[in-house]
Design a protein around this ligand. Structure first.
Ligand code: SAM
Length: 275
């Protein structure tokens, strides 16, 4: 018989506090059922009888179980060329400016990169822009807290569903079409992969390990899950990592003006660092 599990209010409050402390993700009261559905499979795998038992298991095996727990809670929805006006802006404004400056390296950070569609889109835009031009060294850092999505990004394999909205010529140019057992899947070519570096990073950690600044930071559809305190901390942390007058993109439904005045609006959810 399949056991039914019910996440009580009390258990939800204890588990969501762990999520908040670990990842800054704020789960409102309405998210109880969502958490329940995301964790049920894990309880079954571990043959536990209730969410209370799972809570105890998590605390007793914290270093081993923490990642599984956080991976199940994060929301990873993403797409190639999502919110495409940001990539148009990159192509039409940011890259021509960088090209003119003659700098020999471009550094872009996809913060909260999920399964890799965002950093690979950035790599495609860079490649297309610099085709037949003197191309600077392009480095794209792709970070996320969720170790499962990072592995997906590193593998760089996407289903036909995931690439179906991408221009066919771009798919043919930058993806290898799977055959046999891999029919229906597309693998990102090495030419793109070599510029994208996937790393695990908690955006709400106390400091970031990178040594050099970025020309552009994408942090899109991440802060909607954070409360104002965490958002404030994040933008304070981003500030020194962006070059003077560098650009910061957030998601279309996100607004940072109530938590920081160190970036000015320069387009639809496109911000520029103020010196
Ligand atoms: C909805 S996805 C957005 C993906 C992509 N940026 C886009 O707009 O298509 C949000 C991502 O943020 C990640 N995330 C959430 N909290 C995080 C944290 N504290 N540190 C790093 N990544 C986090 C999640 O794991 C998830 O993959």
């Amino acid at each position: 018989m399949v056991q039914d599990y019910y996440l009580t209010e009390k258990e939800f409050i204890k588990l969501r506090e762990i999520v908040y402390n670990e990842a800054g993700i704020k789960l409102g009261d309405a998210k109880r059922v969502l958490m329940q559905s995301r964790l049920v499979k894990r309880l079954r795998q571990l043959k536990l009888g209730s969410f209370g038992e799972y809570h105890d298991y998590l605390l007793n095996n914290y270093s081993d179980e923490k990642d599984n727990f956080i991976n199940l809670i994060t929301t990873n929805k993403t797409d190639f060329f999502r919110e495409n006006d940001h990539f148009e802006f990159m192509k039409n404004v940011i890259l021509p400016h960088i090209e003119k400056s003659g700098q020999d390296e471009i550094r872009i950070w996809s913060a909260g990169c999920s399964t890799g569609e965002e950093p690979y889109t950035i790599a495609i835009v860079l490649n297309e822009f610099f085709e037949n031009k003197k191309k600077p060294v392009c480095k794209i850092l792709a970070t996320d807290i969720d170790t499962n999505v990072l592995q997906h990004g590193i593998n760089g394999v996407y289903s036909i569903e995931q690439v179906k909205k991408v221009d066919k010529a771009i798919v043919a140019k930058y993806f290898l079409k799977g055959e046999g057992d891999n029919d229906g899947f597309f693998k990102v070519k090495e030419e793109l992969k070599k510029n994208v570096f996937f790393r695990r990073l908690n955006l709400l950690g106390d400091s970031f390990p990178m040594r050099k600044q970025f020309d552009l930071i994408f942090c899109r559809n991440v802060i909607i899950y954070f409360d104002k305190d965490c958002q404030r901390k994040l933008f304070k942390n981003f500030y020194p990592y962006l070059k003077d007058e560098g650009y910061l993109m957030v998601g279309h439904s996100e607004n940072i003006s109530t938590v920081t005045d160190r970036f000015v609006l320069n387009g639809r959810t496109i911000y520029r660092k103020v010196r």
